[in-house]
Design a protein around this ligand. Sequence first.
Ligand code: NAD
Length: 363
Amino acid sequence: MSELKVSALDDSTLNPILAPMNALGHEHILFCNDSATGLKAIIAVHNTVLGPALGGTRMWHYQNEQEALTDVLRLSRGMTYKNAISQLNLGGGKAVIIGDSKSMKSEALFRRFGRFVNTLAGSYITAEDVGISPEDMVHVSKETKHVVGLPGKSGDPSPITALGVYVGMKAAAKYQFGSDSLAGKKIAVQGIGHVGGYLVDFLVKEGAHVTITDLNQQALQAIQNIHGVDVVAPDAIYDVDMDIYAPCALGATVNDQTLAKLKCSVIAGAANNQLQDEKKHGLQLMEKGIVYAPDFAINAGGVINCFSEVEGLSLEWSKQKAQEIYSTIASILTRANQEQIPSYQVANKLAEERILSKGSLNI
Ligand code: NAD
């Protein structure tokens, strides 16, 4: 991401926590420790110019505190950009709980975490992320109302994320091929989990020629049985003859190795942080003439779904809002062409411009 400008402080005078906060423009970090429950967590509020900072809680077995801090700073900043470009009145935040999600979970730990979230008085709203289940969030909600994505409320965001990816892919196709029809287009979907599975439904319905891959053989078989799509091994996906590559599994799959192989004309998928090195690979995509729909713009359906719960809006509203991702991607690609800069840079600029139009960036 590009430069959100920050305060005049000289980083060399700051410690290992304030220096990255200052460099990335964070407002507030809360370190949470509770020996009774074993809770060790970090909540990072990056920016609240547009509204309360919303972003999920991740539970992960980080090697050390520094790794956890780096992750939460990066992820919370990403949420600021995602929420801003999606025209939501939300800032960006994120939380990480340090620990093994398979062995360390307890009601007490999540309730203690909820009390820490509550001390932020609504400047941070949490939700689930990697390693966290809706049931964990129910425990959090016993201690704070600043939590979304609870069972029986806005629910699983994946269908709305998939809808946004689908319409964003159509906008990218229109830009690249002159038509937004995906009928007959060869589309390779990497990862057919929550989002990828729903995306395949949309693509098959429109008549695309879909190839899928996943590490989960059972899931692959199930989708193949329903739709009769082609299946390849995980490592073979980059060699498939395709018009569109849809990364819906992990980040960083656009890198030196895969760029040497990928024969697609469009990249449009749900995964976060798709470009291993944003500057380098974003520029290479532009030079190769591959149209890239920036990840945080095209996969914003999930946070749109969370926002609907914050504001008490309907599922219909979320669907309508996710459809706007079509015009967001179209305007990013048009502007990238006009300014002759990579599309990721335009997405960053649009997010920054929206924040600057409402307030300052330091933020
Ligand atoms: P998921 O865990 O349900 O599905 C991911 C799938 O990818 C799994 O089936 C997994 O087996 C597969 N996978 C993992 N590594 C793979 C590999 N090397 N090759 C092939 N397949 C592999 O996750 P999800 O909720 O569908 O999310 C997919 C991506 O979209 C993630 O990067 C996530 O961060 C991002 N995202 C999701 C949402 C959402 O609403 N769920 C919103 C925004 C962004």
